[in-house]
Design a protein around this ligand. Structure first.
Ligand code: ADP
Ligand code: MG
Length: 512
């Protein structure tokens, strides 16, 4: 779908400042459509030479529709999209006259696209003193609303906006983008006169005020007299721009107030305050924040409990005599530790996704601290893409990584440890040659992630087969990667013969 600026550049001779004016207008005009209970269309004259270029005798319409908005307070005449439509001046003579004269023009317009004659009120849009386009309010008398107090009040404000549009005072000079979630007219509207006194209060506005504890009759009073904060009105008045604030009371009620100044040649002659009761929304916001805090607190406690289990096991490991048993217990301590790391990271995150590097880094540190000693100098390097993972993937992956790092330390450099230990005192400068390296690399690939761990150690034992290997570590890795994560893995010697490389692919569904 084309944007207003694309349409304007393709069909009209409007310059950038005029196009910006029209863009601000359509960003703010749903308010105007709601106030007049009718569709609004924005027409701009087409560049005459475009028809000449077409070489065809058939006239292609003198105006192009640049904008369309439906009222939320009434039925629309146009279920279809009219943007980019060309219309000729006979069909929209009311618009043509408004464009030519610079005055608001009202009239009927017989049309073939709508069953009954359409009423149109054409408002010239002025920008920097020049009429650049026409906004037309279009409605059919049969669908018009029955006039009551609310209708009359809204239509009177609509007349004010029509005048502001034709004088170049609406839209307001600054983009109103900051107020994208502003209340709509149907949420509740207060009309203020030039002295900031309430002239009309819609039923929904009166309910919103009740929420704030304002039970008195509001007509003829100022917001201040009603015990409300008047800042919104004062700021809108002095700055001559719309202002939005949130009014709340101690009982937990919150009402958004959006105040639009009504102008007549730079003088403030009144105000429109739209009110929306957002108490329920704010309550949910607060609930979410506390829920979030609770979840993080729980992760924190789980981490603490896991650490307690680890320390108990560590005490036990110190007491057992058999080195094999001790090593097995120490491996378990690291496995538990790797799960604790995930919970610790989650206890700091605002949601259930966590950057995997925040987990991998402490895991590497844990392996360094518990497995390395001066006679086991091994360097780990973490590289690759910044990947964010859901907790359900991060936990098994943390266990897998721990297992593989543990194996690199345990098996890859077994032959070097003794040789290094002999020489460490004598030739500290020559140490470099004997240091082992382990590279951990994470890559973001279509459909998931690739984790590769490669070392420059001895390589896999002769006849090693990943699938049939009975070791506990690799059994855990296989089970987690293949069954739990639905991924795949391979383990082989590096092509250059210097060490082993394990690669695994884990599918990750992206969050969106
Ligand atoms: N990085 C590696 N370099 C050389 N051999 C390895 C490496 N990783 C694993 N292996 C081999 O795979 C075997 C199985 O490992 P694992 O299942 O963790 O059992 P464990 O570590 O208890 O021996 C190891 O005994 C070792 O022979
Ligand atoms: Mg192992």
């Amino acid at each position: 779908m084309s944007t207003l600026s694309e349409l304007a550049h393709a069909h009209t001779s409007l310059g950038q400042p005029e196009v910006a004016h029209l863009q601000r207008l359509v960003a703010a005009w749903n308010l105007v459509a709601d106030l007049c209970f009718a569709d609004l269309l924005l027409y701009a004259p087409r560049r005459p030479e475009l028809d000449a270029e077409a070489e065809q005798g058939a006239p292609r319409g003198r105006y192009v529709v640049l904008g369309q908005v439906r009222p939320s307070t009434s039925q629309t005449l146009y279920p279809g999209d009219l943007l980019g439509l060309h219309v000729d001046e006979a069909e929209r003579s009311v618009c043509h006259r408004a464009f030519r004269s610079g005055e608001v023009v009202e009239g009927a317009s017989p049309r073939d696209d709508v069953a009954e004659p359409v009423r149109m009120l054409a408002i010239p849009v002025r920008s920097s003193g020049r009429v650049v386009a026409v906004v037309s309010r279009e409605w059919a008398p049969s669908t018009a609303r029955h006039h009551g107090e609310l209708e009359n009040a809204y239509l009177s404000v609509f007349d004010r906006f029509a005048r502001m549009i034709s004088l170049g005072e609406f839209p307001f000079p600054e983009a109103d983008g900051v107020h994208e979630d502003r209340p709509r007219v149907g949420d509740g509207a207060l009309l203020l006169d030039g002295e900031e006194r309430v002239r009309y209060c819609s039923p929904n506005a009166s309910s919103a005020l009740h929420r704030l504890g304002v039970l008195a009759d509001v007509t003829g009073r100022t917001l201040g007299e009603l015990g409300l904060d008047e800042a919104v009105v004062r700021q809108a008045r002095s700055g001559r721009v719309p202002v939005m604030v949130e009014l709340s009371d101690r009982g937990g009620a919150s009402v958004q107030a959006y105040c639009v100044p009504l102008l007549e040649r730079r003088e403030v002659v009144g105000g429109l305050v739209l009110l929306r009761d957002v108490s329920a929304l704010r309550r949910l916001d607060r609930l979410l924040v506390t829920k979030d805090t609770h979840i993080r607190e729980i992760h924190h406690r789980v981490k603490n409990n896991l650490q307690t289990i680890s320390s108990l096991l560590r005490i036990q490991a110190r007491r057992v005599g058999s080195p094999e048993a001790r090593q097995a217990i120490e491996e378990s301590v690291r496995r538990i530790g790797s799960i604790a790391v995930v919970h610790e990271t989650l206890s700091r995150e605002a949601n259930d996704d966590l950057p995997f590097a925040d987990v991998a880094r402490p895991l590497v540190r844990m392996v360094e601290e518990t497995l390395l000693s001066p006679d086991r100098p091994i360097y780990f390097r973490l590289s690759g893409d910044a990947i964010t993972l859901p907790a359900a993937v991060a936990t098994p992956l943390a266990l897998v990584l721990t297992e593989l790092l543990q194996n690199a330390v345990d098996h890859a450099f077994a032959d070097r440890v003794g040789a290094f230990a002999d020489r460490v005192g004598a030739v500290p400068d020559g140490v470099e040659r004997d240091i082992g390296h382990v590279d951990i690399e994470l890559r973001d690939v279509p459909g998931g992630l690739l984790l590769s761990i490669s070392d420059d150690g001895t390589g896999l034992p002769l006849g090693f087969d990943l699938e049939s290997n009975q070791g506990l570590g690799m059994s855990i890795v296989r089970a987690l990667v293949q069954s739990e994560l639905g991924g795949s893995l391979s383990m082989r010697n590096r092509p250059d013969g210097a060490g082993a490389v394990i690669e695994l692919f884990v599918p990750v569904l992206s969050a969106d």
